[in-house]
Ligand binder design. Structure first.
Ligand code: F6P
Length: 325
């Protein structure tokens, strides 16, 4: 059965580049004679029938914009069978027979269950700043988020240096240390704490002490929000407890990392995976995510993106360690 009309939505945390992805889905649909409907606010909008037709013009002038014109949400109702049934009925009302979901693993888990229950095929695009999805080298929004974090780290280093201070900077990433390791290495951080590898409070203190011996007067410690020693406030408090004479400050970069105009790299990744998603759907694919590995578009089963962990390369961890001595 060939698809006539599909729905596209963004779900979970927004990420810079989602708009470029929506644009590619809509224009790819037009190219393949498939009608594309936008679903607002993710699964919530699907349940409520917040659905409207999109044309080439509806995605004009958005490739450069952060956020998502379709808005996003984390839907509790879609997690229930009743919620999914309502969503299915809405899709039937609108004659929608396939979906492109731009989001992360929570989004794909919902899409997989939805297919098992109602047979609506979904192809996903990796939309999250966390870069935590197995099956793609990078996720949409990650590059922009790293550059946003890096700009902030560079600025903090100026003031850290002027005041001889130790700054603990918390970056996002949920359970993944990708944003931390990449922004930390490129920002020349003295210490980078990520969930993927253990850095104890004693390790932190030892590195700071060594720095002092080398006449370093300030230091930057990047703390991934999911680190096992705790968040930046907790890590800073533990360090302060043991070395009371340090002048310590904490900065939590927070949601600033989710906004802003996407980098060229994110726009290209978003455009490639958006087109690949609609083309995959047209070819009859389902329950897969379009990703890019070694600069080639690939389709990875949701089963793998959901169950498999994407590790940080040992090479990056080693690089961070060697450069911080
Ligand atoms: O998944 C993206 C992300 O920004 C994570 O890095 C972070 O842990 C989480 O979302 C924050 O979610 P919310 O915006 O719902 O607080």
């Amino acid at each position: 059965m060939s698809l006539k009309r599909i729905g596209v939505f963004t779900s979970g945390g927004d990420a810079p580049g989602m708009n470029a992805c929506i644009r590619a889905v809509v224009r790819g649909g037009i190219y393949h004679n498939v009608e594309v409907y936008g679903i607002k606010r993710g699964y919530d909008g699907m349940i409520k029938g917040n659905i409207y037709p999109m044309d080439s013009h509806s995605v004009s002038n958005i490739v450069q914009k952060g956020g998502t014109i379709l808005k996003s949400a984390r839907s509790m109702e879609f997690m229930t069978p009743e919620g999914r049934k309502k969503a299915y009925q809405q899709l039937k009302n609108f004659d929608i027979d396939g979906l492109v979901a731009i989001g992360g693993n929570g989004t794909f888990t919902g899409a997989k269950i939805f297919y098992e229950e109602f047979g609506i095929p979904t192809v996903g695009c990796p939309g999250t700043i966390d870069n935590d999805l197995y099956g793609t080298d990078f996720t949409i929004g990650y590059d922009t988020a790293v550059n946003t974090a890096l700009e902030a780290i560079d600025k903090i280093r100026d003031t850290a240096d002027s005041h001889n201070r130790v700054f603990f900077i918390e970056v996002m990433g949920r359970d993944s240390g990708y944003i931390a390791i990449q922004s930390g290495i490129s920002g020349g951080a003295e210490i980078i704490m990520v969930p993927e590898t253990r850095t104890s409070i004693d390790d932190v203190i030892e590195t700071l002490e060594k720095g002092k011996l080398k006449h370093k007067t300030s230091a930057i410690v990047i703390v991934a929000e999911g680190d096992e020693e705790g968040n930046a406030n907790q890590v800073a408090a533990k360090v302060k407890e043991k070395v009371s004479d340090l002048d310590i400050k904490v900065t939590i970069l927070g949601h600033i990392q989710r906004g802003g105009s996407p980098t060229s790299k994110d726009r290209i990744l978003a455009s490639r995976t958006g087109l690949a998603a609609i083309e995959g759907l047209v070819q009859g694919m389902k329950n897969v995510m379009a990703g890019v590995v070694n600069d080639e578009v690939v389709y990875v089963p949701f089963e793998d993106t959901i169950t498999k962990h994407k590790p940080i390369s040992d090479d990056l961890i080693r690089l961070a360690h060697v450069l911080s001595i």
